[in-house]
Design a protein around this ligand. Structure first.
Ligand code: 5GP
Length: 192
């Protein structure tokens, strides 16, 4: 998606440790015009899939999924990262190792929001080692629902997540794939 690549070139900041900071438009301040185009593009790419629900993970996935959901006309469920007294009923959970925070946590979804046989589109802001997406897939499987696809805004193609998910036969659509980035020169190489 050219518009997204241009924005990453313009506003992305490359930090040490293979972290791309895009908080100017994606995951702190949010450019809703761009989110609209991202939502439209996800719909175009998954036009041939039946989607009953979008599943994402708090916090950064929520805004993106909410805007995209308007193109699909389906509800959004977001996995929570902490137990809360507001969580009741049967819970589905999976362990996730955070790439940016370097810690392990459980992601939790109330089973009443993912029903057997539903077709689920997973959406997230980044794909790095694939832990977050894998955890969400595990939750979908535990609900006896089906992962119809995985929509990612920025995939870091030099990390293993995309390869792992595709090798499992999952359909991953990433709107920008970064094949390399250099903190010294602040340059990003995209896959064509
Ligand atoms: P994974 O589980 O695929 O290793 O990492 C995905 C999660 O880590 C995403 O939900 C995202 O929040 C975060 N993440 C991974 N890499 C980056 C990055 O380079 N920049 C930012 N801002 N977040 C990242």
């Amino acid at each position: 998606m050219e518009l997204l690549k241009e924005r990453i070139r313009k506003d992305g900041v490359i930090k040490e440790g293979n972290v791309l900071k895009v908080d100017n438009f994606l995951n702190h301040q949010m450019d809703i015009g761009l989110f609209n185009e991202i939502g439209r593009e996800f719909k175009r790419r998954f036009a041939d899939e039946r989607i009953d629900k979008i599943l994402t993970i708090e916090a950064s996935g929520i805004g993106i999924a909410a805007i995209a959901a308007q193109y699909f006309g389906v509800p959004v469920v977001f996995a929570k990262k902490a137990q809360s007294i507001n969580l009741d009923g049967t819970m589905l959970s999976a362990p996730v190792e955070s790439f940016t925070h370097k810690r392990r946590y459980e992601v939790i979804v109330a089973s009443r929001f993912l029903r057997p046989g539903e077709n689920i589109l997973i959406i997230d802001d980044f794909l790095a080692n694939g832990c977050a997406a894998m955890g969400l897939c595990q939750i979908v499987e535990a609900a006896h629902a089906r992962v119809a696809g995985i929509g990612i805004v920025i995939e870091k193609g030099f990390q293993c997540g995309g390869k792992l998910l595709r090798e499992k036969g999952l359909r991953v659509e990433s709107l920008a794939i970064v094949d390399g980035m250099d903190a010294a020169t602040q340059t990003v190489q995209f896959r064509d």
